[in-house]
Write a protein that binds this ligand. Structure first.
Ligand code: ATP
Length: 239
């Protein structure tokens, strides 16, 4: 059984058909990348999984359980955490308060596990440790991305949904974010990653899916798609 399975998923915004029958699988322990041009439906797919958007038809299962029957806020308790595109941090709250918000469903705040998780977030992102008492809204774009990821990790996700984590970041931050994604995965969290930065995403993905106008048009290992001339021409900026 896969950790996450989408089968023939259709989603529409009014009359706009954004997903036209998406099927994909995420195996436990993997990094899976979704790539594709603007408007292909990548963000819509993430929102359907996290529960922000409902399905018109199709099925979604998480660890064998029907996800569509579970409310969005309860999917976090099931182990699914999303870092949305644009990050959505709380600008008026400090870095430490933002990180704490990620743990709102946890009842083990005084436990050693909680302290260890907090320490792990600050180890992954030393910049956040230095800026603990600074307002989230005053952080740079890259730092806000780190904050959003740190906050999501405090929910102890089994599946982390990352929507365009490298968007708008300076090159040194992009490299760091991709390193941290690999580290988070190595520590046992399964990752579904949406990226415009296809070369880097395919470089670390175990499996990847290519989306075009609401459909999955290709899938394979990250290495297979990286080596494929048609993918290179269309998405990787090499020819
Ligand atoms: P990008 O990389 O540009 O974010 P994407 O692959 O994530 O692209 P989506 O954001 O999922 O694409 O959009 C898929 C389609 O749904 C697009 O045609 C888009 O215009 C449309 N769409 C997205 N959000 C809405 C909305 N709130 N109302 C109407 N149409 C929408």
């Amino acid at each position: 059984m896969s950790m996450l399975e989408l089968e023939d998923v259709h989603v529409a915004y009014g009359r706009i058909q954004a997903l036209r029958g998406i099927s994909l699988r995420v195996e436990e322990g993997q990094i899976v990348a979704l790539i594709g041009a603007n408007g292909a439906g990548k963000t819509t797919t993430m929102k359907a999984i996290s529960g922000i958007l409902g399905l018109q038809s199709g099925t979604m299962r998480f660890e064998g359980e029907d996800l569509t029957a579970i409310r969005a806020d309860l999917r976090v308790a099931k182990g699914i955490s999303q870092v949305p595109e644009g990050r959505g941090i709380f600008p008026g709250m400090t870095v430490a308060e933002n990180i704490d918000m990620g743990a709102y469903l946890r009842s083990d705040r005084r436990s050693p596990e909680f302290a260890a998780d907090l320490e792990r977030v600050y180890e992954l992102f030393p910049r956040l440790a230095e800026r603990r008492s600074q307002a989230g809204g005053t952080l740079s774009g890259g730092e806000q991305q780190m904050l959003a990821m740190g906050r999501a990790l405090m929910a102890r996700p089994r599946l982390l949904l990352l929507d365009e984590p490298s968007m708008g970041l300076a090159p040194q931050f992009i490299a760091q974010i991709f390193r941290v994604i690999e580290e988070i995965n190595a520590q046992g969290t399964t990752v579904l990653l949406v990226e415009q930065n296809a070369t880097q995403a395919l470089g670390l993905a175990h499996e990847a899916y290519v989306m075009e106008t609401g459909e999955v048009t290709r899938s394979g290992t990250g290495a297979e798609l990286l080596a494929d001339p048609t993918i290179q021409d269309a998405y990787l900026g090499v020819s």
